[in-house]
Structures are given as structure tokens and as C-alpha cells.
Design a binder for this molecule. Structure first.
Ligand SMILES: Nc1ncnc2c1ncn2[C@@H]1O[C@H](COP(=O)(O)OP(=O)(O)OP(=O)(O)O)[C@@H](O)[C@H]1O
Length: 662
């Protein structure tokens, strides 16, 4: 690769003037970088457009305004979704007097009725971008609204209106919204098309998730093969909800229990619904979770809460039954071989990214656990034969796990004995890879605080002096001659480069812990680049994390909260404290300045900290950044755009917690 590939064929200095500065207006940014809004331009992204429109109709249904959705795949590239809800508002918008609200919704990012919770209590939509993004990426889109006994219509192409909202007739017996769209081949390529099976599954799961809606499925028969499992027409309506679904998908499987544990609970006006069954040996387990009917394939806080509830309840049951082995059960022991459907309806959910793959609302863990745990304990004690059977199976798995771990530990211990460890490493005593972590900290003073704040049993600390070599530009000889980096490899027990083996790692996790400022981000970026270049397998294995030290400590009376950045500080000041009393805000200059007790509480203690897991980017542009210069990576890390950061750093804080804590 030559330099111009890396940096593009830049114009010469003479031509660089104001005309080079592009400003993207309206929906142009979406067409420019669709990946930031829908996670790519591949088949998954293509179908994500359908999910955005369907979610809007589902939100109407869940809010109690619609009970029917017509889902019509008209051709391989045109989809129409109609609901009988309130209909998008048609009046002119106060802020844009010459545009209808429909046009504002369809052509403006961040226009929506779900921000304040006034029009929707629990909704899957939150950014006010879904409909406009679909519009921006469609070569043709038609909105039809039946409202106040009138029928209106407006057409768009590539995000731009082709006409104004027009009343085209009366609608005496109908109300609701219909959106018909054709994704743009300029964005998705000539060959892209809808797959009936994907859409059918999507429509069906929505119907399972909300018993109050009936979805009429219709598909152009020309798109279906003879004997296609997808029907041309179907009425999807499941009063039994998730339990119906679970029974359906496990119909041909061996099961350990005759009926799933399935319930619905309401807490504080929010709804929790689940169904779990135990599959026989050899069957593959699964966990499908949703929040406000939006699938969360990367899990999140609701899954963590559910897992905790199940394992803690079973442990407790074992305890009461006098079985001492129950105390050692982990979530994996209990939940291996289970099929789980979990659907929560939360008032103000927080997801990661526009595709909402993962739920990150912190409250959801506690609330889901609270909803599930008591009911599960009840279910266990209602049938002790069944409960004992599940308990024994889980204990058997735990024993097997312990045996395997012991074998590995013995092998690792003998390897460690032969190692020469760097002098400044403060090692931990445990050899248990599930628990141990190595903190990489910048400088000796931060190293000193971290050594006092750590848990000696499971947490090791390696202070690195100064900025490590800029790996991106260093030559191979320089890399191997760098003392800090060779100490790092030595502490990890691995050899960098082609001889790297994940199994050699002496710790389960590597946590980069740097100051919450630009310098800290730079060092973190250098280290990430180093790992990416020399030990990508470590990242692939999900073992590299970033610590999240706070920048501010805010105190009022006996109450103390910590903020990661200015924005969080401002939000906490708005919402977290009494407006009247005096509030003290202190800004930490660096980790070395933080008293060990605070460093422990905010950043190191698995019970109270947050960690970000570093993941390799898949196909979006951030991948190129990692391969380019660390400066670009710093920009990405420190930049204002959360979407950018989240492109490759995924929040797996709860998983980390779950493994240690549960
Ligand atoms: N089928 C519908 N019926 C009624 N109102 C709708 C419908 N579809 C969209 N809207 C209105 O348009 C607004 C904008 O929708 P859009 O999909 O752009 O964003 P959102 O659903 O609010 O959030 P997100 O970006 O997370 O999807 C919604 O908040 C809602 O007020």
C-alpha cells in the first residue's frame, strides 16, 4: 500500500481554500456514510430499513393506539407497512411553518415524538432518525396517512420531497400510517433485495412479542419457491406470547422440563416477559432478548439481570435444600442448554448505536432481576422433583468445569515457573483465568495508586513509563528493542507477532487504564494499536478492555457521584442533585491524584466500575482508522461523535460483571 492509498489523493496546497470545506446538509450525511446510521450497506443493513419502519408501527401498537399491522412485500425490492394507529401528524410544524409534520419527520434527523415520553410510554424509537434514514436511503418512498377522516399522501426520493403533503380523498372508516419504500440501488447495489424468510421471521417475532397486535403478512408469490416454508399470506397473532414462541421452536427438540417457566411481571409501570426452557443434552441453547420489541442480539443489561436472577435463585434453592455444592454454581452452569426468550418494555431505554444491538440502561439489570428472581424461586419450590433435577444437572456441569480448569491451571503453573517477570509488575496471586486481570497504567504515580486500589488476589498492575513507542510508525527492530513493550509481553506471558498464542496469556483480561484526558487517550490508542498489530487474537478473543476512570467527582452533603466527561457532569448536575444546596465539583488531574479508595470504587472494583470491551471493527470506516495513524484513532476516541466510538468499542461491562460476580 502506498501513501496516497492511505490518505487519498489530496489536492495540492494551492487549491486548498474555502471551497474544499464541504458541509453536508439535511439527509446528505446519511447518504454519505450510511454505515453510521444502519451499520453498513450489506444485506443486514438492507433489512434493517424494514425494521425501522415496522418498529414505528409497533410503537403505535404498544402504546395502545394500533392493533393491526399489514406487512406487504410487494416485490423483491418494494415493501409496504401499514398500521391502524393515530397516523403521523399532518399539520404544519411550529418550527417549520411551511412544512407538514410528516415532511419534517421524513426529512429531518432527530425529529420525533418519543423524546419526552408524552406520546409514547415505552417505545423502541428514541433518536427520531429511523424514518428519515430509511427515506434518505430509498430511491422511492410514499407515505400515506389516514387521519381525521381524510387521506393524505406525500412522495419522496433519496430523502427529498417530490411534492407537498396532499389531501387525496376521504377516509371515513380508516386511520393510520402506510409507508411504502424501495431501497436505493445507488447505496445497496443493483443486486440487493429483500428476503421473504428474513422479513417473515421479523414480522412473526414482533407478533410473538406483543400479544396485542395482529400482523397480516402478505408476500408476492413470485418471490417464493414451491414448498417455501414462508407462506404468501398469514395472520400472525399470538395471545400466548413468548411461551407460544418457545413451544414452537422447541417442538422437535428433547427437553428436560415439560413446560417452560414463562411469566409476565410489571414493575413500576414497566413490563418484563420471559420464557425459558431446559434442552436435553446435545441440543444447542439460545438466548433471544428484546427491549420494546427491538431485538438486542448483542444482549445487554436486561440479559445480565435475567441470568443473575436464575442463577441466584437456583443457588438459593440448593442452599435451602442443604446442597453445599450449589454455592459454586455460575451462570454458565445453570444456563447452558437453555432456550430463553426475554422481552422487556422500558420507559427510557438506552441502546448502543442506531441499530440498537445492545441494551445499556443500567437500571435494567436490577429491575429484570427483581422481576424474575422471586417468581423463579416460586416455580422451583412448586415442584421439587423438577427443581432437584435441574440443580443436579447444573452441579454436574460445574464439577466438569472445575475439573477442566484444574487441568489447565496445572499446565499453566509449570509454564509460569519458567518465566522471568518484569520487576515493576505487581502480580496477582490467583491463577484463575476467569478472574484475573492485568491493568496497564501510565506512569509510576498512577501505578502506585492502582497497586493500593487493586484486589491483590485477582488484579495485577504493570506501570508503563512515558508514551510507549508509536507502534504505527515503528519498524520491527525498534519494536522488539522497546523495553516497555517487551516488559508488557513478558508480563502477559506471550510472544508478540506470529508466535502469539492466546493460551499463553497469564491473565483473563487486559485492561488499559489511562487518565481521562487527551494524553491518556493517546496512550490508550498507542497500546490498542500495538495489540492490534502484534496480538490481534487477544482482541478477537474479547480479552482487551478500556477502564473508564471518572473526570469529575460531584458531592453534595453525603451524596457523591462521578462523571466520565463534561456532558455527564452536566446531566448529573441537572438530574442527580438537589437544586438548592451547595454542590462541590472536583476535577481529577490524573489517576495518580485519585485517592486509592476512590480509584477502586470508580474504576477497578468489578462490582461498581464500568469497562469497555475493545472489539475489532467489522466493515465500517473505523477499521481503516485503526490501520492508519494513532492520531486518527485518538480523534475517534476523543471525538464528540459517540457513534464513531461505539463503532468498535462495545460496552460489555455487564458481561464482565456477570462472570465475576454471579
Ligand atoms: N407509524 C407511525 N405512526 C405514528 N407516528 C409515527 C409513525 N412513524 C413515525 N411516527 C412519528 O415520527 C417520529 C419520528 O420517527 P423516526 O422513526 O424518525 O424516529 P423514532 O422512532 O422517534 O426514533 P428512532 O430513530 O430511534 O427510530 C416518531 O417519533 C413518531 O412520533
Amino acid at each position: 500500500m502506498n501513501m496516497s492509498d492511505l490518505f487519498g489523493n489530496a489536492a495540492s496546497d494551492d487549491n486548498y481554500d474555502a471551497s474544499n470545506i464541504e458541509v453536508l446538509e439535511g439527509l446528505e450525511p446519511v447518504r454519505h456514510r450510511p454505515g453510521m446510521y444502519i451499520g453498513g450497506t450489506d444485506e443486514r443493513a438492507y433489512h434493517h430499513l424494514a425494521a425501522e419502519i415496522l418498529d414505528n408501527s409497533m410503537d403505535e401498537a404498544v402504546a395502545g393506539h394500533a392493533n393491526r399491522i399489514d406487512f406487504h412485500l410487494e416485490s423483491a425490492t418494494t415493501l409496504s407497512i401499514r398500521d391502524n394507529g393515530r397516523g403521523m401528524p399532518t399539520g404544519n410544524h411550529p418550527k417549520f411553518p411551511d412544512k407538514s409534520a410528516v415532511e419534517v419527520i421524513m426529512t429531518t434527523l432527530h425529529a420525533g415524538g418519543k423524546f419526552s415520553g408524552k406520546s409514547y410510554a415505552t417505545s423502541g424509537g428514541l433518536h427520531g432518525v429511523g424514518a428519515s434514514v430509511v427515506n434518505a436511503l430509498s430511491s422511492a418512498l410514499l407515505v400515506e396517512i389516514a387521519r381525521d377522516k381524510k387521506l393524505y399522501q406525500q412522495s419522496f426520493s433519496r430523502g427529498k420531497p417530490l411534492d407537498a403533503l396532499t389531501e387525496i380523498g376521504g377516509a371515513p372508516n380508516r386511520r393510520g400510517t402506510t409507508v411504502t419504500f424501495t431501497p436505493d440501488t445507488e447505496i445497496f447495489g443493483e443486486k440487493a433485495h429483500f428476503r421473504p424468510s428474513t422479513l417473515y421471521r421479523m414480522a412473526r417475532s414482533k407478533a410473538y412479542l406483543f400479544a396485542g397486535v395482529e400482523i397480516r403478512w402478505q408476500c408476492d408469490p413470485a418471490l417464493l419457491a414451491d414448498n417455501d416454508p414462508v407462506p404468501a399470506e398469514a395472520v400472525l397473532h399470538y395471545p400466548g406470547g413468548l411461551a407460544d414462541y418457545l413451544n414452537d421452536v422447541t417442538r422437535d427438540k428433547a427437553l428436560m422440563v415439560s413446560t417452560p417457566f414463562a411469566e409476565i411481571a410489571e414493575l413500576d409501570g414497566q413490563k418484563f416477559e420471559w420464557a425459558i426452557t431446559w434442552l436435553g443434552a446435545g441440543e444447542d441453547g439460545f438466548f433471544h432478548s428484546y427491549c420494546n420489541t427491538v431485538p438486542t442480539p448483542s444482549g445487554g443489561t436486561h440479559e445480565t439481570g435475567f441470568r443473575q436472577a436464575i442463577v441466584r435463585a437456583l443457588r438459593n434453592y440448593g442452599d435451602l435444600a442443604g446442597n453445599r455444592k450449589a454455592a459454586d454454581l455460575t451462570a454458565d452452569d445453570v444456563l447452558a442448554n437453555t432456550g430463553v426468550m426475554l422481552s422487556v418494555f422500558l420507559r427510557d431505554p438506552q441502546f448502543q448505536g442506531q441499530t440498537k444491538d445492545r441494551l445499556v440502561s443500567t437500571d435494567a439489570t436490577r429491575m429484570t432481576e427483581q422481576a424474575v428472581r422471586d417468581r423463579f424461586e416460586h416455580w422451583l419450590s412448586a415442584d421439587s422433583a423438577r427443581a432437584n433435577f435441574l440443580l443436579e444437572a447444573a452441579i454436574e456441569r460445574a464439577e466438569e468445569r472445575k475439573r477442566r480448569k484444574k487441568e489447565k491451571e496445572v499446565a499453566r503453573k509449570s509454564a509460569t515457573r519458567r518465566l522471568r517477570l518484569p520487576g515493576k509488575l505487581a502480580d496477582c496471586t490467583s491463577n484463575d483465568l476467569d478472574l484475573t486481570e492485568l491493568f496497564l497504567v501510565e506512569g509510576d504515580s498512577a501505578g502506585g495508586s492502582a497497586k493500593q486500589a487493586r484486589n491483590r488476589k485477582t488484579q495485577a498492575v504493570l506501570p508503563l513509563r512515558g508514551k510507549i513507542l508509536n507502534v504505527a510508525s515503528a519498524t520491527v527492530e525498534k519494536l522488539s528493542g522497546n523495553q516497555e513493550l517487551s516488559d508488557l509481553a513478558l508480563a502477559l506471558g506471550v510472544r508478540p507477532g506470529k508466535d502469539f498464542k492466546v493460551d499463553d496469556l497469564r491473565y483473563g483480561r487486559v485492561v488499559i487504564m489511562t487518565d481521562a484526558d487527551v494524553d491518556g487517550a493517546h496512550i490508550a490508542a498507542l497500546l490498542m494499536t500495538y495489540f492490534y498489530r502484534e496480538m490481534p487474537q487477544l482482541i478477537e478473543a474479547g480479552r482487551l478492555y478500556l477502564a473508564q476512570p471518572p473526570l469529575y467527582r460531584i458531592n453534595q452533603g453525603g451524596k457523591t457521584l462521578y462523571a466520565l466527561d463534561d456532558a455527564q457532569r452536566d446531566t448529573l448536575l441537572e438530574t442527580g442533585f438537589d437544586k438548592r444546596g451547595k454542590i462541590d465539583i472536583s476535577r481529577f488531574k490524573g489517576l495518580g491524584e485519585m485517592p486509592p479508595a476512590q480509584l477502586k470504587e470508580t474504576t477497578m472494583n468489578p462490582a461498581s466500575r464500568r469497562l469497555l470491551k475493545v472489539e475489532l471493527p467489522q466493515r465500517d470506516s473505523i477499521g481503516a482508522d485503526l490501520r492508519r495513524t494513532t492520531d486518527q484513532l485518538v480523534n475517534t476516541l476523543m471525538g464528540k461523535k459517540a457513534e464513531l466510538r461505539f463503532g468498535y468499542i462495545r460496552d460489555h461491562a455487564e458481561d464482565a460483571l456477570a462472570n465475576l460476580d454471579v
